[in-house]
Design a protein around this ligand. Structure first.
Ligand code: GTP
Length: 593
């Protein structure tokens, strides 16, 4: 049976192409906010970190009603580090809105998310957003999108995608770039006409795949998924089918559906709907919730393998516990084990030391978000430098590779190519975006990207743009010459000044206790040779947290948002201290082995 008055769609896009802005506008225009209600900017990104960084980390569910039809909308993360999340949430929908910036065109994450959507045979609608940009080039961008569909092997019905031109910011859309209407009506109409309603069997025994997990202080664990068939009722006894195919009886508490931005209690919900269930405390992602009497398992969801690992350690630095937050290994352990319940692409392993855990994730962003979330919760910890995870495939040592796109001014091209050459990147393609701007694509070992962003931004004077996605495993490409980078800081408390060197191979960062006065500067040197060490900037500043330190031009990065992503890994080497004179820095000893 077709659930005619229901549509399930996901919004997919490269970072910053305007997903959240578009969903906000759709919520507003469909009357989800009363006109006298103040709309919070970026309502979809509720997590603090997401608001600050302006990126979507966790997918969110919301819904709007348009002409009697409910449209469930899932906001998906745009970054490849959250690929597992993207793939899982796409299993709940029948169609996708692919949002592409009208100047930038398709970017790595566009390619990455679109590939997943096409593989799952979802019906796409292309939204060319930011049509108000003075440099918009909608016709070319539509051609580029079509080329990408063809390259990714889209099927005929997917190639026949409708195109909607929009300015999410202005809340306007149209079917041609020079005839926009005053509202998003054309977009809503295309969604209703083009995305199929879920076709389901309402009479069959209840079955649902656990797609995401959430917590709420009042109701505890919340299990979210789309009902594949049948109906689920409040307080119903169900069977939970675990990954190992064992069965477990459990009782559903509340059944909730998504209404606007809220979850609403209902007595029952049927196939096609996306629901949130409480009471299922032992359910995990990828497992099936089924009818008690006729339980049948759905295919288990595959989750992307981690490609990068770091050690998380109890902080033993001289500054630990200053704020009364000293963390024991037991607390650290509990926190990490709680994390893996909902953060499915993350792995946590014990090590030889009780104070140290090996944490593996999908990339630097994935791990740095966990680190920063933990810091905000008051965990003081030390982390090691990131290392990629190698794999033996057919007896050959293989390493994770990334597909990298750099947009640079022609004048910076030489320098960027040189940096990337050292990092074992191979150029795959080069096109011109304008008379002076080039787009260059590379295949590069994931190792080569560690710490690359800050060098790239400094080399392009903040004008370059780069992004990358995971490509797959390839045979090891050989050693990359080492580079040393560290942060030089001085803590001033009353009469006492303590100088410390926070050093790292490849990159460093400042995490500073609140209330301390700090001198900060980056140290960059080649292959640990003392004479190459230089301090780019050394400034006195009152820093309260990492974000203010990151905004310091000492780090020579332009966009605070990108910087905090790049800079949020910490490396501490607390045995090593430096002597500082106003214009130079001399290391007492080599600070890295
Ligand atoms: P992530 O959550 O990081 O994946 O980004 P997103 O795709 O949700 O993008 P978001 O909605 O945060 O928009 C990114 C930036 O583009 C913001 O500064 C928006 O104000 C801006 N923006 C969004 N839509 C438009 C538009 O139609 N025109 C213009 N000029 N800017 C827009």
């Amino acid at each position: 049976m077709e659930t005619r008055n229901l549509r399930n769609i996901a919004i997919i896009a490269h970072v910053d192409h305007g997903k959240t802005t578009l969903v906000d506008a759709m919520l507003k225009q469909s009357g989800t906010f009363r006109s006298n209600q103040q709309v919070v900017e970026r309502v979809m990104d509720s997590n603090d970190l997401e608001r600050e960084r302006g990126i979507t980390i966790l997918s969110k569910n919301t819904s709007v009603h348009w002409q009697g039809t409910k449209i469930n909308i899932i906001d998906t993360p745009g970054h490849a580090d959250f690929g597992g999340e993207v793939e899982r949430v796409l299993q709940m929908v029948n169609g996708v809105l692919l949002i592409v910036d009208s100047f930038e065109g398709p970017m790595p994450q566009t390619r990455f998310v679109l590939r997943k959507a096409l593989e799952l045979k979802l019906i796409p609608i292309v939204v060319i957003n930011k049509i108000d940009r003075p440099d918009a080039r909608p016709t070319e961008v539509v051609d580029e999108v079509l080329d990408l569909f063809i390259e990714l092997g889209a099927e005929d019905n997917q190639l026949d995608f409708p195109v909607v031109y929009a300015s999410a910011r202005a809340g306007i859309a149209g079917l041609s770039s020079d005839a926009l209407e005053d509202t998003l009506e054309p977009l809503f109409s295309v969604i209703l006409d083009h995305i199929p309603a879920p076709v389901v069997d309402l009479e069959a025994p209840f079955q649902m795949l656990v797609t995401t997990l959430d917590y709420d202080d009042y109701v505890g664990k919340i299990v979210v998924g789309r009902i594949v068939r049948g109906t689920v009722h409040q307080n119903e006894t169900i069977t939970l089918i675990k990954r190992d195919e064992s069965f477990e009886r459990a009782k559903v508490g509340k059944v909730m559906v998504f209404e606007g931005l809220k979850r609403q209690d209902v007595a029952e919900a049927s196939a096609g709907e996306i629901v949130a269930l409480t009471g299922l405390t032992s359910a995990n992602i990828g497992e099936t919730v089924a009818c008690a009497l006729n339980p049948e398992a759905l295919p288990v969801i595959e989750v992307d393998e981690p490609t990068l690992s770091m050690n998380f350690m109890v902080n033993t630095s001289p500054f630990a516990g200053r704020e009364g937050n000293f963390v024991t290994s037991r607390k650290l352990r509990e926190r990490l084990w709680k994390e893996i319940e909902t953060n499915v692409s993350l792995r946590v392993e014990e090590t030889d030391s009780a104070d140290c855990f090996k944490v593996s994730g999908r990339g630097e962003l994935h791990l740095s978000i966990l680190i920063e979330n933990m810091r905000r919760e008051g965990y003081e910890l030390q982390v090691s430098k990131p290392e990629v995870i190698y794999k033996m495939i057919d007896g050959v040592k293989c390493e994770p590779m990334e597909f990298l796109i750099c947009d640079v001014q022609e004048k910076s091209l030489g320098a960027v190519m040189e940096l990337l050459g050292k990092r074992k990147a191979e150029m795959a393609n080069m096109t011109s975006l304008s008379e002076t701007q080039l787009r260059v694509e590379f295949n590069i070992p994931a190792r080569g990207l560690i710490g690359f962003r800050s060098e790239f931004l400094s080399e392009t004077r903040g004008e370059g743009m780069m992004s990358h996605v995971f490509l797959g495993y390839e045979p090891f490409k050989g050693e990359i010459p080492g580079r040393t980078r560290g942060a030089l800081i001085a803590f001033e408390e009353g009469e006492t000044t303590t100088y410390g060197l926070y050093a790292a191979q490849e990159r460093g960062n400042l995490f500073v206790d609140p209330g301390l006065h700090v001198y900060a500067g980056m140290i960059v040197g080649e292959n640990n040779r003392e004479q190459d060490i230089e301090v780019n900037v050394c400034k006195k500043k009152h820093l309260t947290n990492m974000r203010t330190s990151a905004a310091d031009d000492a780090l020579r990065l332009e966009k605070p948002k990108e910087m905090s992503l790049e800079q949020s890994l910490e490396f501490i080497n607390d045995d090593e201290f430096v002597e500082i004179t106003p214009k130079s820095v001399r290391l007492r000893k080599k600070f890295l082995d």
